[in-house]
Design a protein around this ligand. Structure first.
Ligand code: SF4
Length: 434
């Protein structure tokens, strides 16, 4: 029996109300069509400039990374795959010894590496290669020059953004401790393009919030401190494990909408300002120019999106906050919002604005979901790369979900770019129809 068929057997939990909201959630358990967590390395290696990601995997894993990240032959890449050969998989050699050899050779050749992530894959997990043990053993040899950590990027997890969650969660235990008597500090959690992070840091400085850290930091060795006086703000909705690890170290989450669009960004900044007792009048003064710029930019795009029906197939875990933004600020009609995993606590505020007719689904069963898309025929479907072409072939307009992860979409100054990502395929469709 195939893995997909085994999973099909479990696909029976339908329309059970979410524990906290009573909103019915269609729970799907079946075949998945998503990238694995290794994909996160593509944006994480650009963000953490002194880190190296060594995937312990197969040739398939190497091909995925090389084709997605486009390695240049003469560049010194900051990721690689230690390829497990058949004799490793068959247990004919000690894979831990082989890994030690690869890591020692790599660190000898690359003195610029300050943090090394050993990244698990499906093959390494199938043979139960203990990368935590390897990271500990190799760390003892190479510290303090290099810190060695591990996490899983395997496709056995729910979807590709879990790779970032696992990576950041691995960093939390090595963050320095914020002393109990230190003044409160703000921590932004989630990888953002530098340009967006800088915009937010300027706004927090204007609000008078003195100490703001970012996880991940641009240099993985410059990790911000964490402790009971840390108030953290999630920038991404897929960081459940990281949030749990931070709370394990005493940090407290600031509840807010995610910073997409004018209202999401305003709510996110206002929530942080309130947590740091910033005068509400000053908060509004700081937010006003960005809100106005974004509002004007969105006015031009709203007529192209208003009234258009949209379905999200489960893919990036960005679906719920993006759907809220498209509905509330651009007047789109939500048909189905599917997400691989619905973090009820982190998404509770986002879900409040969904109307009663929005179909919310969690988990994946690709055949059933495609059947619903065919029956609904939304104006646009946000889905994975593998599903986009077949749907386009059936005359449906699509948007690649992964593009939303690779594009700067957070904050006031990106609100219109985010809307444009949805407006463009609709314009293209209209032009083709003429
Ligand atoms: S980790 Fe698994 S799903 Fe990802 S490329 Fe490797 S084998 Fe494929």
């Amino acid at each position: 029996m195939s893995a997909a068929a085994l999973l099909d057997g479990c696909a029976a939990e339908l329309a059970r109300p979410a524990a906290d909201t009573q909103r019915p959630v269609l729970r799907e358990r079946g075949q998945r069509e998503v990238f694995c967590g290794l994909t996160g390395i593509i944006w994480l290696h650009r963000k953490m400039q002194d880190a190296f990601f060594l995937v312990v995997g197969s040739r398939t894993c190497a091909h995925l990374l090389q084709s997605a990240a486009g390695v240049m032959i003469f560049a010194e890449p900051r990721f690689a795959t230690a390829i497990m050969e058949e004799r490793d998989l068959a247990g004919m050699v000690d894979a831990q010894d082989e890994l030690d050899r690869v890591v020692n050779r790599l660190l000898e050749r690359r003195p610029d590496i300050k943090t090394l992530f050993l990244v698990g894959s499906c093959p390494s997990e199938v043979i139960k290669l203990d990368l935590a043990k390897a990271a500990q053993r190799l760390g003892a040899v190479h510290m303090p020059r290099v810190r060695i950590l591990n996490y899983s990027g395997s496709g056995i997890e729910t979807t590709f953004t879990q790779g970032e969650d696992a990576c950041l969660a691995a960093l939390v235990p090595v963050m320095p401790a914020l002393p109990a008597d230190a003044p409160a500090e703000l921590l932004i959690v989630g990888s953002l393009p530098d340009i967006v992070e800088d915009q937010f840091l300027r706004l927090f400085a204007d609000l008078g919030i003195a100490k703001v850290g970012c996880l991940p930091a641009r240099n993985a060795r410059d990790l911000p401190a964490v402790g009971p006086n840390t108030r953290y703000l999630l920038a991404q909705p897929f960081l459940g494990d990281t949030a749990m690890a931070l709370e394990g170290r005493g940090a407290k989450r600031i509840e807010a909408l995610f910073p997409f669009g004018v209202e999401g960004t305003s709510d996110w900044l206002r929530a942080a300002a309130a947590a740091f007792n910033v005068d509400p009048a000053l908060t509004e003064q700081v937010l006003a120019p960005g809100r106005e710029r974004a509002r004007i930019a969105l006015t031009k795009l709203r007529p192209q999106l208003e009234g258009k029906r949209i379905t999200f197939l489960p893919d990036s875990q960005l679906e719920v906050p993006l759907a809220r933004y498209l509905q509330d600020e651009l007047g789109m009609e939500l048909v189905e919002v599917g997400t691989p995993y619905l973090h009820r606590a982190h998404l509770a505020r986002e879900l409040e604005s969904f109307g009663p007719n929005v179909r919310l689904s969690e988990g994946q069963h690709v055949e059933r979901q495609l059947d619903r898309v065919r029956a609904d025929r939304p104006d646009i479907t946000v889905c994975g790369l593998g599903l986009a072409n077949p749907l386009e072939g059936e005359g449906l307009t699509t948007k690649w979900a992964i593009e939303l992860v690779f594009s700067p979409i957070h904050g006031f100054d990106q609100a219109a770019d985010l809307a444009e990502l949805f407006a463009r395929p609709l314009r293209r469709r209209d032009m083709l129809e003429i």
